[in-house]
Design a binder for this molecule. Structure first.
Ligand SMILES: [Zn+2]
Length: 144
């Protein structure tokens, strides 16, 4: 079983990379990409331990619903639209102020792209935890 330090390393790295790549593919400038990477790193770090918080590693039911393939698939599938609504709303705020390179744009872009990356980091950080657990001998349960 991977330890929490390993989960934090992999989830924060994958969160940062995912947010950075997504931001770059979106056509963001260098400043916005850096803000996204920071948010993705923190989001991945925060979510790295969530599956083990839901299914306490000390209990006999470790790898229950928090690690279940089907419950997590249903959660992602059902929240997919909310995920994109959040990202698009944050992006629109940045785009509205992008034309003028004012202090207001810099602050708003930092906060918005950080949160934007944070959300991506949460999703990819949690997913990375599940993938690393899946690669162990115990694997993941289908439901719980
Ligand atoms: Zn786990």
């Amino acid at each position: 079983m991977p330890r929490i330090k390993e989960h934090i390393k992999t989830s924060s790295s994958i969160g940062a990379i995912s947010a950075g790549v997504w931001s770059h593919k979106h056509g963001d400038n260098a400043f916005e990409i850096i803000c996204s990477i920071l948010g993705g790193y923190v989001g991945g770090k925060v979510a790295a331990g969530w599956p083990d918080v839901i299914d306490r590693p000390t209990s006999p039911n470790h790898r229950s619903i928090g690690h279940g393939i089907l419950p997590n698939f249903v959660l992602v599938k059902s929240q997919r639209n909310n995920f994109f609504v959040c990202l698009n709303a944050l992006q629109k705020q940045v785009d509205d102020f992008k034309k003028n390179n004012t202090l207001q744009y810099i602050i708003l872009a930092f906060v918005s792209k950080f949160i934007w990356g944070f959300i991506i980091g949460i999703v990819f950080g949690y997913g990375t935890h599940l993938l690393t657990d899946f690669s162990t001998d115990r694997g993941l349960p289908i439901i719980c």
